[in-house]
Design a protein around this ligand. Structure first.
Ligand SMILES: Cc1cc2nc3c(=O)[nH]c(=O)nc-3n(C[C@H](O)[C@H](O)[C@H](O)COP(=O)(O)OP(=O)(O)OC[C@H]3O[C@@H](n4cnc5c(N)ncnc54)[C@H](O)[C@@H]3O)c2cc1C
Length: 373
C-alpha cells in the first residue's frame, strides 16, 4: 500500500511506471562496474545518475504527474540506501555499486531470530573452544606468531589469528589494537570504505494495525515541500516504509544521521512520532493501543559502531581486497582478516561474513596441507 503524508493513496499505475524505469536505471548503474566504465569523482554517485536519468523521462509530463513520480523515486532510493547501508544513495559509488551481488531467492525472517543460525554453526564446535566476554585489546604479531591480549588481562600466544572485528571498530581502534601498526595501504583502505548506520524501530500494538491484506505501508514523503508536512519530526522522513511482521508488530528502518540521532531519543518519544506518521499516512485519527517500542542502537554499540560497509565515491573493491590481505610473511600469514567488509562480492551481508571466514580457514588449511601429506 502506497500512501502520502495526507493519507491519500498513490496509484498502482504511478508506482509501476516508476519501478519499471527505476529497475532499468539500477541495472545501468551495475553496468559501470561490469564494463569498468570510468566516472569522474564529482559524478560518481548512484543517486546523481539515477535522478538525472529519471528527469529526462519526466520532461513531457504535466508538473503534478512528474512531481508524484519524483516522490516515488525518492522513496525507492531511500529504500536502496537502507540496503546499501549508506545515508543516501548520493554516498554510494556509481562505478562500484555493481560489484555487490544479491543472492537469488526470497528474503526470509528466521523463526526464533538470527541466533538460530549461529546455533547451527556452533553445534559441532566443543563448548570449551569458545571464550565469551573476552574483549580483544591488543594483537601483536611478528614472523613467529601472534599474541592476543584481552581487556580482562587474558593473553594467548597463537600461530595465526583471524580478526573479524567489525570495520566500524577497526576504523576507531586499529592504532591501539595492532602492534606493529597496520601497513599504510590497509589503513587508507579501511578509511575509504564506508561504514553506515542502520537502525530498526519495532512497534507492537494490541490489535491489527495495517488494513487487511496489507503487509507493507510505503511512505511517499514529499521532500520538496517539507514546510507543509504533517509530521514535524524531520528524522521520521527517513523511514521509507513500515513492514508488518505479524498482524500487530510493525518494523520501520532508517539509516544515516537520522538513524544515529534516533539512538539519543527516548523510546516513548520515538513511539509517539511513529504513531503520528502512521495516523497521517493511514488517514486515521486513532490507532490500536501501543504496547511496546524497541529501537536498535548499532552506532552506540561499542562492538559494532555502525551497521555494515558500503563503497562511497573514491573507494573501490580494491580497498576490500586490501583489507582482506593477511599480515605477516606470505608463506606464514600471522593475522588474517574476515568479516563482511572483507568479502569482495557479498560485502555488507551475513553470507559475505560467513564465506569470508571459510576463505580464511581454507587459506590456513592450504598452508598446512602440504606438511600433513
Ligand atoms: C539493521 C541491520 C539489518 C541487517 N540485515 C541483514 C540482512 O537482512 N541480511 C544480511 O545478510 N545481512 C544483514 N545485516 C548485516 C549483517 O548483520 C552483517 O553483515 C553481519 O553480521 C556481519 O558479520 P561479521 O561477523 O562481519 O560482524 P559482526 O556480526 O558484527 O560480528 C563481529 C563480532 O565481533 C565482536 N567484537 C567486536 N569488537 C571486539 C573486540 N574488541 N574483541 C572481541 N570481539 C569483538 C562483536 O561483539 C561481534 O560479535 C544487517 C545488519 C543490520 C545492522
Amino acid at each position: 500500500m502506497f500512501a502520502r503524508e495526507n493519507g491519500s493513496p498513490v496509484s498502482a499505475k504511478v508506482v509501476e511506471d516508476v519501478d519499471w524505469i527505476y529497475g532499468q536505471l539500477i541495472e545501468q548503474c551495475d553496468e559501470f562496474f561490469r564494463l569498468s566504465l570510468s566516472v569522474p569523482y564529482e559524478e560518481d554517485s548512484v543517486a546523481t545518475y539515477v535522478k538525472n536519468a529519471f528527469e529526462t523521462k519526466l520532461r513531457r509530463l504535466p508538473n503534478e504527474d512528474a512531481r508524484i513520480r519524483r516522490m516515488v523515486l525518492n522513496q525507492r532510493l531511500l529504500g536502496e540506501a537502507l540496503i546499501a547501508g549508506a545515508s543516501t544513495m548520493h554516498d554510494v559509488s556509481l562505478s562500484q555499486v555493481g560489484s555487490f551481488e544479491e543472492l537469488p531467492g526470497v528474503h526470509h525472517i528466521i523463526p526464533g531470530g538470527f541466533e538460530k543460525v549461529v546455533d547451527i554453526l556452533r553445534k559441532d564446535i566443543p563448548e570449551e573452544k569458545f571464550l565469551m566476554n573476552h574483549v580483544v585489546s591488543g594483537i601483536a604479531y611478528d614472523r613467529e606468531g601472534v599474541q592476543v591480549t584481552c581487556r580482562n588481562g587474558y593473553t594467548c600466544q597463537v600461530d595465526h589469528a583471524v580478526c573479524t572485528i567489525p570495520l566500524g571498530c577497526l576504523k576507531d581502534l586499529h592504532q591501539r589494537l595492532f602492534q606493529p601498526s597496520l601497513p599504510i595501504e590497509k589503513i587508507e583502505a579501511l578509511n575509504r570504505i564506508g561504514y553506515g548506520v542502520v537502525n530498526k524501530v519495532v512497534l507492537e500494538f494490541d490489535e491489527r494495525i495495517l488494513p487487511t491484506g496489507v503487509t507493507r505501508l510505503e511512505l511517499i514523503w514529499d521532500h520538496e515541500r517539507p514546510m507543509t508536512h504533517l509530521v514535524p519530526q524531520l528524522w521520521a522522513r527517513k523511514i521509507p516504509y513500515f513492514e508488518a511482521i505479524t498482524d500487530t508488530v510493525l518494523i520501520g528502518w532508517l539509516c544515516g544521521e537520522e538513524a544515529e540521532m534516533l539512538e539519543e531519543l527516548d523510546e516513548n518519544e520515538i513511539g509517539n512520532t511513529c504513531e503520528t506518521v502512521l495516523k497521517a499516512f493511514l488517514n486515521r485519527s486513532c490507532l490500536p493501543k501501543r504496547l511496546r517500542v524497541f529501537c536498535s542502537k548499532w552506532k552506540k554499540n561499542s562492538f559494532s559502531k555502525g551497521a555494515y560497509c558500503y563503497l562511497p565515491p573514491g573507494s573501490s573493491v580494491d580497498d576490500i581486497n586490501c583489507l582482506s590481505e593477511p599480515l605477516g610473511p606470505p608463506d606464514k600469514p600471522r593475522v588474517l582478516f574476515a568479516g563482511e567488509a572483507t568479502h569482495k562480492v557479498y560485502y555488507s551481508s551475513s553470507h559475505g561474513a560467513l564465506l569470508s571466514g571459510e576463505r580464511e580457514a581454507e587459506r590456513l588449511i592450504g598452508l598446512y596441507e602440504p606438511i600433513a601429506q
